[in-house]
Design a protein around this ligand. Structure first.
Ligand SMILES: Nc1nc2c(c(=O)[nH]1)N[C@H]1C(S)=C(S)[C@@H](COP(=O)(O)OP(=O)(O)OC[C@H]3O[C@@H](n4cnc5c(=O)[nH]c(N)nc54)[C@H](O)[C@@H]3O)O[C@H]1N2
Ligand SMILES: Nc1nc2c(c(=O)[nH]1)N[C@H]1C(S)=C(S)[C@@H](COP(=O)(O)OP(=O)(O)OC[C@H]3O[C@@H](n4cnc5c(=O)[nH]c(N)nc54)[C@H](O)[C@@H]3O)O[C@H]1N2
Ligand code: SF4
Ligand SMILES: [Mo]
Length: 709
């Protein structure tokens, strides 16, 4: 047995690990106490990657399925790629480039070379139809940046703040890093403890007393889906008490008076009526936040997946803006990059550009947001007739059958394609429907570096890893799939400003070096540092704006945002038919749909419906009983668990489970969500949290009455 250092690539945290290897097999994984960033921290799923790699169901060869009724059979990967290239060529010849689409999933991002190569290939197709999980995740942040504009001087950081407000995020479980600023990403418990010991006050807004809320100085528990009104109420108090930053507003912001006027009616009493938050708590939160000299509001899926998500995110950012929680000209921004090149930050505003209103428009009225179409329209693109109907889809490191709203429709759409290709390590629910499944290397079988994850890190850290075991069978790296496909289609590719040699396949190390050539750390030094390198902290001043930026202003209340605020304030509370609210929640044992099927990883072999004990008593439901959750869009059966951290009327069920034909893997929450109703404008974001539901004990005509109440 040899112990080798590396880093985990199951999520963005990139924790340093020590891996025990014997006979080219990963036997055990533990945290690397000497890793300069993660300091020994790992989570349960990171320590179980050995089981994912050694799973008998892990694909060691690519697969194909010609007859929809037949199962998959192995195919040599280069034969698969030639056949796929041929089919894509036919689709483009007959229907044009827009009949080809790509869906970027979560695991696409953790193999550093996948994204640049996949995007270079996709660009060469000429298609407009790029989709990713961001538009079923936190793209309210993108919408906000494009409607309000963005201040480019830099955000204040948790490490030098005395107050922080986290809404709808639970980084103690999710290690959700924000934009590097609110990073409770590495060793999150210890990082938060240390911050609080030096005086940071934490405010959490979450309908659940989450692991993070448990450690907060102040925890507001609003009714799910009412965050926009809570933020409007906080702004109301900030203006009333004159706690906003006049200088920052005068210099960079338009619409302060409009916003002040718009939130004028959102008094603490109104917030109490709509959100169920006590006025004294709201006032305390506003004063604790705004009277602190430094620190930001950061949000997560709990805010960005709700029924008024684009508005809620806009108002959360507005709190940061009116309180001026950004770095100013001359402030020390500290050089952030390590392997990537970061030009100096400028104390300026990049103007709102509403990209969806200019340029390409899909036949569903969607425009581009950061070069992508909304994933909320992907099934429409496949199922609705039209000359540019999507007929060929490449899914890179994702599992849209489980991840998209309205699972049955997602399944139907994936089954309608002339060509579905997935790149996946197993026959996921999506891969089961694919014509080709390309089997890629898994994390400890490939060379990588942290250049793509750096922007989430709170410190200028870099790490490189070599492959530490040899890949089994006929697997390739994800980037090789896109490179070889481009070769077959005679597409030239360009990455990081360099033309790629399309005659002789480059090596991973060569490509990794290309991506990092402009970073400030020496790549060879990073490659030989077993525990990573922390780049020197270099004082760097925030620069003055460029002349053409000087007149740009952040727009606090564009007309569509004002309309959304009026709608949120008159949104009726829960209906009698669906009196409860279902909320999102992540668990340590799963990374989206990766985890539930791993032997020994999930706590239960099913996906529990977590319920507030008071609700269970009122409904006559005991723990372990099967309940039926119904929404306006569907119903599922799940096993009830008592969860005293939930407030009354709130149920939570984790996403990423379910789907297996025999029902063995629990229920999929997306049987309850809708792909067409209550979705946001612009990003077509479906409502995935604060979904109206009702719960009843399941009544079955069955001899086994153990779960019948
Ligand atoms: N262990 C683990 N880590 C993960 C993932 C995983 O699946 N497992 N997934 C990764 C991915 S893809 C992402 S996008 C990030 C997401 O990271 P986070 O956004 O931090 O995700 P969650 O941990 O689900 O935290 C969401 C919180 O929002 C609360 N919430 C639900 N509804 C509402 C609401 O209406 N209002 C408010 N204010 N709060 C609400 C929930 O109770 C929960 O505590 O995590 C990443 N990290
Ligand atoms: N109702 C509801 N729906 C949701 C959410 C929610 O909270 N509630 N969350 C949303 C969010 S935030 C997200 S990000 C999406 C997630 O949506 P996806 O990203 O589509 O889902 P994942 O389960 O992360 O898919 C990852 C896939 O990659 C495969 N994989 C694992 N390792 C590797 C590898 O090394 N290489 C390759 N190529 N593949 C690998 C896995 O087997 C899996 O099939 O779901 C969204 N959907
Ligand atoms: S938090 Fe867990 S899954 Fe994420 S990198 Fe660290 S060990 Fe891996
Ligand atoms: Mo996500």
């Amino acid at each position: 047995m040899t112990a080798k250092t590396s880093y985990c690539r199951l999520c963005q945290a990139s924790c340093g690990v020590v891996v025990d290897v014997a006979h080219d097999r990963v036997e055990a994984i533990r945290g690397d106490p000497d890793n300069l960033l993660s300091q020994g921290y790992t989570c349960a799923k990171g320590r179980r990657v050995d089981r994912m790699m050694n799973d008998p169901d892990r694909l060691t060869t690519s697969m194909t399925r010609t007859d929809p009724r037949a199962g998959h059979t192995p195919i040599a990967v280069d034969d698969a790629i030639s056949q796929i290239a041929e089919k894509i060529r036919h689709v483009i010849d007959d229907h044009g480039p827009d009949s080809v689409a790509m869906f970027i999933g979560t695991q696409h991002h953790f193999a550093t070379l996948t994204d640049p190569m996949a995007r270079a290939w996709f660009k060469a197709t000429g298609s407009h139809k790029l989709f990713s999980t961001m538009t079923i995740d936190q793209s309210a942040k993108w919408v906000t940046a494009k409607r309000m504009g963005e201040y480019t001087g830099g955000r204040q950081r948790l490490s030098s703040s005395d107050v922080w407000l986290m809404a709808g995020t639970n980084p103690l479980v999710s290690v959700n890093g924000g934009n590097g600023d609110g990073a409770l990403m590495h060793n999150p418990s210890a990082t938060l403890r240390a911050a609080r010991q030096r005086g940071l006050r934490l405010i959490v807004i979450d309908p659940r007393r989450s692991e993070t809320a448990y450690r907060a100085d102040l925890h507001l528990q609003p009714k799910p889906g009412t965050d926009a009104v809570v933020f409007a109420g906080l702004l109301h108090i900030i203006f009333e008490d004159d706690l906003h930053d006049h200088e920052f507003c005068a210099k960079y912001v338009d619409g302060v008076d409009l916003l002040r006027h718009a939130v004028g009616s959102v008094t603490p009493a109104i917030v109490e009526t709509i959100c169920g938050v006590e006025p004294s708590q709201l006032i305390a939160a506003a004063r604790m936040f705004a009277a602190g000299s430094r620190g930001m509001v950061s949000t997560g899926t709990g805010v960005c997946m709700g029924p008024h998500s684009n508005l809620a995110e806009h108002l959360a950012t507005s709190i940061n803006v009116v309180c001026g929680r950004y770095l100013r000209q001359g402030d020390n921004a500290e050089e952030p990059g390590a392997l990537r090149h970061c030009p100096p930050a400028r104390a300026a505003v990049s103007a709102p550009d509403r990209t969806w209103e200019v340029g390409y428009r899909s036949r569903f009225g969607a425009g581009h947001l950061y070069g992508q179409l909304p994933s909320g329209s992907l099934c429409d693109e496949i199922l609705s007739p039209g000359s540019d109907r999507v007929r060929a889809l490449i899914v890179s490191g994702g599992n849209p059958v489980l991840a998209l709203p309205e699972q049955s429709r997602a399944r139907q759409a994936m089954s309608r394609l002339d060509l579905l290709v997935t790149i996946d390590t197993r026959l996921s629910d999506t891969s089961q429907l694919a014509h080709y499944v390309i089997a890629p290397t898994m994390m400890y079988e490939r060379a990588d570096n942290t250049v793509a994850m750096e922007r989430f890190f709170a410190e200028p850290f870099a790490m490189h890893t070599d492959p530490i075991v040899r890949p089994p069978g006929d697997v390739i790296e994800d980037w090789q799939f896109f490179y070889r496909l481009a070769q077959q289609q005679a597409y030239p590719l360009r990455i990081a400003g360099t033309d790629i040699d399309m005659d002789h396949e480059p090596g991973s190390d060569q490509l990794l070096a290309m991506l990092t050539s402009r970073g400030r750390l020496d790549v060879a030094a990073v490659a030989s540092a077993a525990h990573g390198i922390m780049a020197e902290r270099v004082h760097r001043q925030v620069a003055a704006p460029a002349p053409d930026e000087a007149a740009n202003r952040l727009q606090l209340l564009p007309g569509d945002v004002a309309d959304e605020l009026r709608a949120a304030l008159s949104d009726p509370a829960v209906s009698e038919e669906f009196p409860m609210r279902l909320v999102v929640r992540r668990v340590r044992e799963a990374m989206n749909s990766v985890g539930p099927t791993v032997h020994g990883l999930p706590k239960a072999a099913y996906n529990p419906a977590y319920m507030c004990p008071e609700d269970m008593d009122a409904l006559g439901i005991t723990a372990g009983v099967t309940v039926t959750l119904s929404s306006p869009h569907g119903s599922v059966e799940a096993i009830a668990h008592r969860d005293p951290t939930l407030s009354k009327g709130v149920v939570s069920l984790t996403h990423g489970w379910g789907g297996m034909a025999d029902g063995s893997m629990g229920v999929n929450v997306n049987d309850l969500t809708s792909s067409s109703q209550h979705r946001q404008t612009i990003n077509f974001m479906p409502t995935l949290t604060a979904l109206p539901i009702r719960v009843a004990a399941t009544r079955r005509n069955t001899a086994d009455s153990s779960d019948v109440v």
